[in-house]
Design a protein around this ligand. Structure first.
Ligand code: EAX
Length: 328
């Protein structure tokens, strides 16, 4: 009996193994993110889905699942990508270092000068290598989309320099570099999955959080008591579009190439709309009664967080950091 089962399984696996890829591959896919439809992640996702549908003559359709519908947070959804339960995911690098450690190099504070610098690195050989490294975690990272430069917000004090923020209880992403940087700066950080942040702010379990303008806006954090928004731009937050390797490997070569090309193109579009909307979003946030602190002594944060580079120097050697910092 057991032998029969084993033989049956062996036959099935040989059939699956030798089956032409195109025959078993799914034409209906699921794309998830932690954020709502009006956030640039999902505006980009909609564009990607539309382009893929158009370019395959309707053969491949992508259904969108915003706002953590497919998991409690980005870590859980990335596990879904690994297992093939989710086909596509736009995620910040928050928890991604737990899957592909090298990606954390982008999470160092004050690493990037501006958006041009970001594009130069992400679209160059360093970015390519970081995406390729995800293969080891059974994830196909297609291209870089973005979350944006992150800013510190809180319910208590108008933060103008790092000293003003000392002792604040803030939520960080589940990210070792970010956590270390905030400790070095003298704050009191707690790593937390995205899905718990709004309630934790509302219930005053934490005083603040840090995220780009678009995340604060689409999450309506003024309704959770966040009164002060300081333009710290302390770290850039990329958001790769990840595909399940199971899904990707089952696609015919020409569809794989179409996905790579379309994802890159959409990434450029997505970064642009994110950046273009920032100023208007900030004005809308101010109109909700949030104090926007524009004159921040960023140098004070930079100095306070410099230790983080030393703390991780064995994993992220100076030469690698400098290759990013000095990219011209
Ligand atoms: O990816 O967890 C976070 O703060 C992220 O910025 C957010 O979920 C978007």
């Amino acid at each position: 009996m057991k032998k029969g089962v084993a033989l049956g399984l062996a036959v099935i696996s040989v059939i699956l193994w030798t089956w032409p890829a195109s025959a078993e591959y799914k034409a209906g896919m699921r794309l998830a993110s932690a954020l709502p439809m009006d956030h640039p992640y999902m505006v980009g996702a909609q564009k990607f889905a539309d382009l893929i549908k158009e370019r395959t003559g309707g053969r491949i359709t992508i259904k969108l699942y915003p706002s953590n519908q497919l998991g409690k947070g980005e870590r859980e959804m990335t596990e879904g990508i690994q297992q093939g339960a989710i086909d596509l995911l736009v995620s910040s690098t928050g928890p991604l270092g737990g899957f592909s450690p090298s990606i954390n190099i982008l999470d160092f504070p004050f690493l990037f000068r501006d958006f041009d610098h970001v594009d130069l690195v992400l679209d160059g050989p360093i970015g390519r290598r970081l995406l390729d490294d995800f293969e080891k975690a059974h994830i196909k990272a297609l291209s870089f989309w973005e979350n944006g430069f992150r800013h510190l917000t809180n319910s208590k004090v108008a933060v103008r320099k790092v000293e003003d923020a000392r002792g604040l209880k803030i939520r960080t992403m589940e990210n070792r570099i970010h956590l270390s940087a905030w400790k070095d700066a003298g704050l009191n950080p707690t790593p937390m999955a995205w899905g718990e942040v709004f309630t934790a702010l509302q219930q005053k379990v934490i005083d603040g959080q840090e995220n780009p303008v678009a995340v604060f806006y689409s999450s309506k954090f003024w309704d959770a008591g966040q009164k002060y928004f300081s333009i710290t731009a302390h770290v850039y937050s990329p958001a790769p579009l990840l595909a399940s390797k199971k899904t990707f490997d089952s696609m015919p070569r020409e569809d794989q190439e179409l996905f790579l090309k379309t994802s890159y193109e959409t990434g450029r579009f997505q970064r642009k709309i994110n950046r273009d909307a920032e100023e208007a979003r900030l004005k809308e946030i101010a109109a909700k009664g949030v104090t926007i602190v524009r004159q921040v002594d960023r140098e004070s944060f930079k100095k306070a967080m410099a230790q983080t580079y030393e703390s991780f120097s064995s994993q992220f050697p100076k030469a690698e950091i400098e290759a990013i910092m000095n990219a011209r």
